[in-house]
Design a binder for this molecule. Structure first.
Ligand SMILES: Cc1cc2nc3c(=O)[nH]c(=O)nc-3n(C[C@H](O)[C@H](O)[C@H](O)COP(=O)(O)OP(=O)(O)OC[C@H]3O[C@@H](n4cnc5c(N)ncnc54)[C@H](O)[C@@H]3O)c2cc1C
Length: 330
């Protein structure tokens, strides 16, 4: 019985019809069908979790606005094709932003960003990385609440989004003010506290790929100036002290401008045998020039490296976290 159902579903699913239709309606500038097309290769191979590169979309579309997304969703629905939506591809799960033999909607051509000096609201499309957004808004002395690593994408905020600024301003989604959303049926709607408030509620942390495709985010921007920030690198001889300092920071820190991110085992050096795979890299960020004694417990532990000092906001986020390799690859 179930094989009959799946067989019928298979007949309804037609990724090649979807791709043909999308190529003729969006044009070859916004569609990549050949696995040899450089855009296709880049879209398929730019997942943070490299295991996901194994999935082969039937085609990739590159919408430039909400109308393109609407058209793509209508074609996908009419042909019964499977599909996935991809921003910066940092979700580590199979088939969340990857698809096998279906349509991949790659949002990275939608990189518009604006700032309204009167309202202090920032509006951006979904295709930029957080680093690009931080760089852009710095010229206004402003930033947006987003990810802690430069390359991560805007899909983060749909799942909540933990930022170095979260102790002050909440999760990234708490700064949403208005979203432009393409619903699964292709309708383009606005979600805010006054328009489609249920949809707005769901999009503030309900997860990407849940209710529609967000094609524009309007968020409350935040003031940003010089920070005191950087890394402390420890060897794990001191792991007890590092854990205690981290616990005390979580329990007792009262200053919302101070934030930390602790990483163990991030420095694998299989070819050099430096012992640094037993290291801890601590990220410390203070939204202001004088952290007082907020990080004193961490600087008191003997470290290998200390890069703490004055920084602009994008700088502490500019760490490159190595992509997760597919099993069996070095
Ligand atoms: C190195 C690294 C660092 C990280 N740092 C942080 C951090 O500091 N704080 C934190 O909270 N999380 C962090 N994360 C987790 C991160 O929030 C999630 O992996 C998030 O899903 C990444 O979003 P993306 O746009 O890069 O990924 P994608 O995989 O492209 O998208 C994530 C999900 O959202 C969907 N989606 C994306 N854009 C849209 C859209 N416009 N409309 C509808 N659905 C959409 C996708 O279909 C997918 O299901 C980190 C992850 C990694 C790998």
């Amino acid at each position: 019985m179930s094989s009959l159902v799946f067989g019928l579903l298979g007949l309804l699913e037609d990724p090649s019809a979807a791709c043909r239709n999308l190529t003729s309606s969006l044009g070859i500038e916004r569609t990549a069908v050949s696995p040899l097309d450089l855009r296709y290769i880049n879209s398929r191979n730019s997942y943070w979790n490299q295991k996901l590169n194994a999935y082969a979309p039937a085609c990739v579309v590159y919408p430039e606005d909400a109308q393109d997304v609407s058209l793509a969703l209508k074609v996908i629905k009419a042909t019964g094709s499977r599909f996935a939506i991809k921003a910066a591809g940092h979700n580590t799960n199979d088939l969340f932003s990857s698809v096998d033999d279906g349509v991949l909607i790659d949002l990275t051509h939608m990189t518009g960003k604006y700032y309204d000096e009167h309202t202090t609201l920032a509006t951006y499309e979904p295709g930029s990385s957080w680093g690009d957004l931080y760089d852009f808004y710095l010229q206004y002395g402003r930033t947006v609440v987003g990810g802690r690593i430069y390359d991560v994408g805007t899909g983060l905020a749909l799942g909540g989004g933990m930022s170095y600024l979260s102790p002050q301003y909440g999760m990234a989604c708490d700064s949403f003010r208005e979203l432009e959303v393409v619903l699964p049926n292709g309708d383009i709607v606005t979600a805010s506290s006054t328009q489609n408030p249920d949809l707005f509620f769901g999009l503030r942390g309900g997860g990407g790929n849940s209710y529609g495709v967000v094609t524009k985010y309007t968020v409350q921007s935040r003031p940003i100036g010089t920070l005191y920030a950087g890394n402390l690198l420890y060897i794990l001889d001191h792991h007890e002290k590092i854990l205690n300092a981290t616990r005390d920071f979580i329990l007792y820190n009262q200053d919302p401008k101070a934030a930390i991110l602790m990483n163990f085992n991030v420095l694998t050096t299989p070819d050099l045998d430096l012992g640094l795979d037993q290291a801890c890299l601590m990220f410390l960020v203070y939204d202001g020039e004088d952290p007082g004694d907020a990080f004193a417990n961490f600087t008191a532990i003997p470290y290998l490296l200390n890069t703490l000092g004055p920084k602009t906001y994008p700088q502490p986020c500019r760490q490159r976290v190595p992509h997760r390799r597919a099993p069996g690859r070095r």
